[in-house]
Design a protein around this ligand. Structure first.
Ligand code: GDP
Ligand code: GDP
Ligand code: MG
Length: 324
């Protein structure tokens, strides 16, 4: 691992610390208390995972598969369970492996500009994520423009402007209250005129008028596709890890109403509900693209399932450890 990779991995581990402390410490404890794998131990682990926000369906699936393997492959030693668990969790993460330069996800050939629309309910971290994402693409040498299509929230323009400045990218905005679809249109038009590589469109997320919100998002899509048929290329749904199982409900609503091509799970730092990432990706069948591990501009990481599972399970008691 290079220096930067190590740095990122230690950031990820730091971000997952609370989850690890909570869920993994509990698993260590029940496993250490037993020598042999039995139904009681599997039940205890099942309960820990459910309480850890992995989700009931996902957890049942994991436990069923472990039970089957224990029988078939004749595992007996309780300490072998952690290896099995890690395997099963790693297997759950869906999705094509994404091409990444370590900072951002590679843009598929023939998409210029590559148009990303960012959706999600209020406060989940859309605007912050856009700032970080713009910074990541900019760092990868891309020309980025962001569109301030959350025209509903009073201070939304100013907030996005600050992020645009930090990331050193262009921003297109209109007055507060303007038609969000018109802002998106302007943004794409500007990107086409200036030969930009990436367009990122911010959107409103107020929930009290849910039907209107979904209609507004559909309209943004419709109006942008007048300029370029195949856009948006990516609809990123931002979910706040601290909301736990609620995030899955939100994901279903946005998926059904506007279509979602990728997930961003934010605020993994500071929550013990990091297990929600496992449940969401397996229950939604939509890949997790990025995770937020802090409030700073460089705190958005391309989701790397191996690194995630590694960071999550680090520190589990191993067989060698007990032997030694
Ligand atoms: P929006 O309403 O969806 O646009 O959400 P904002 O981008 O305005 O973010 C809401 C709050 O979440 C802000 O205080 C952000 O700093 C915070 N936030 C966003 N992402 C993260 C993250 O990954 N970690 C932490 N700790 N806070 C975050
Ligand atoms: P409506 O508000 O439901 O009638 O939706 P429209 O299809 O008119 O699109 C909403 C906004 O997007 C408009 O107010 C325009 O600002 C912008 N827009 C849509 N199509 C075009 C177009 O062909 N040219 C320009 N300049 N703007 C457009
Ligand atoms: Mg916002």
């Amino acid at each position: 691992m290079g220096f930067l990779d190590k740095l990122k991995f230690s950031r990820l581990k730091e971000g997952l610390e609370k989850t690890r402390d909570d869920v993994m410490t509990k698993i260590n404890r029940v496993v250490k208390a037993k020598r042999k794998i039995d139904d009681e131990l599997l039940d205890e682990i099942e309960e820990i995972l459910i309480l850890g926000d992995v989700g009931i369906n996902t957890t049942s699936g994991i436990i069923d598969r472990i039970r089957e393997r224990v029988k078939r492959e004749r595992y007996e030693d309780a300490l072998e369970l952690q290896g099995l668990l890690k395997d099963e969790v790693a297997n759950l993460f869906k999705g094509e492996t994404v091409e990444t330069d370590g900072t951002s996800i590679q843009i598929p050939a023939g998409h210029k500009p590559y148009v990303i629309m960012v959706v999600g309910v209020n406060g989940v971290g859309k605007t912050t994520t856009i700032g970080k994402l713009a910074y990541n693409y900019k760092s990868s040498g891309k020309k980025v423009v962001i569109g301030a299509a959350d025209t509903f929230r009073a201070a939304a323009n100013e907030q996005l402007e600050i992020w645009a400045e930090r990331a050193n990218v262009e921003i297109i905005k209109q007055r507060h209250g303007a038609d969000p679809a018109a802002v998106a249109y302007d943004t794409l038009q500007s990107a086409l005129a200036k030969d930009s590589d990436v367009v990122i469109v911010d959107t409103a997320g107020r929930l009290h008028t849910k039907a209107n919100l979904m209609e507004e998002l559909k309209k943004i899509k419709r109006v942008m596709s007048k300029l370029k048929e195949d856009v948006p290329h990516e609809i990123l749904l931002v979910l706040d890890a601290t909301t736990g199982q609620n995030a899955i409900q939100q994901a279903k609503q946005f998926r059904d109403a506007v279509g979602v091509t990728g997930l961003v799970v934010t605020k993994l730092d500071g929550t013990a509900k990091g297990g929600v990432v496992i449940g969401i990706s397996s229950e939604m069948d939509i890949p997790v693209r990025y995770i937020g591990v802090g409030e700073q501009i460089d705190d958005l990481q391309v989701f790397d399932r191996e690194a995630f599972v590694g960071a999550l399970f680090e520190g589990l008691t191993t067989e060698e450890e007990r032997a030694g």
